[in-house]
Design a protein around this ligand. Sequence first.
Ligand code: GTP
Length: 234
Amino acid sequence: MDKESYDYLVKIVLAGPSGTGKSCLLQRFVKNQWDDQVSHTVGIDFASRIISVGMGNQQKRIKLQIWDTAGQEKFRSVARNYYRGAAGAVLVYDVTNKDSFEELSSWLSDIRAMAPSTICVVLAGSKSDLQNQRQVSTEEAAEFCSEKHISSAHETSSYTGSNVEECFLSVVSTIITRIELGEIDPQDQSLGIQYGDLSFRRPVHPSSTSNWWTSITNWDDLVRLERQTRSYCC
Ligand SMILES: Nc1nc2c(ncn2[C@@H]2O[C@H](COP(=O)(O)OP(=O)(O)OP(=O)(O)O)[C@@H](O)[C@H]2O)c(=O)[nH]1
């Protein structure tokens, strides 16, 4: 299998107030690096990484396309545009900064107003390595999640790497589970998910009433179908 091959392409956004550590989180997750000279994001930044989720035959390769939005107020309208068509969001606050936690409701409202209703949101409390400067407790974050119907909360440190993988894996696993339950249709590209080149193994989507021909949405699908047909030949 080509190491660039994947089953699904999933669009994720990083959102939250300025200085909470979104760019550092992205850098740790994608490159496993720490850079203390990071500067404010101007407008938008982007990176991608392929990960595997699930076990055995059920394992899926997911290409995450991660958009790092700028937290500064002057870029807020730019950030909002990137919530459109996102399958998942990591909403970031800083555990050492109570104000950043208190601003979260407004960031979440923006996400829910602009993104598809199927978006999966997880909470990341960054800078967990700075325990002696903590201003937001784990319990407060958990309470916020249950009030706002956020699927999970993670306290992360991009400095040490603690919980960074778990945070992204959690949003991806939730999305894949919902695809498999038929709650998210990957054929609807407005939901922030697309089939990849391994997806000729894909099952028929339970909510789909279309036949094989109407499920072809572009030329990639035609090529995929041809490959699939060939693989059944003699
Ligand atoms: N100790 C510690 N510092 C961190 C951590 N993550 C980020 N920082 C620091 O927090 C500051 C802001 O980090 P950024 O990643 O630029 O924050 P941002 O949310 O992308 O900021 P904007 O681009 O303005 O939205 C930097 O000085 C980082 O070095 C962390 O896990 N631990």
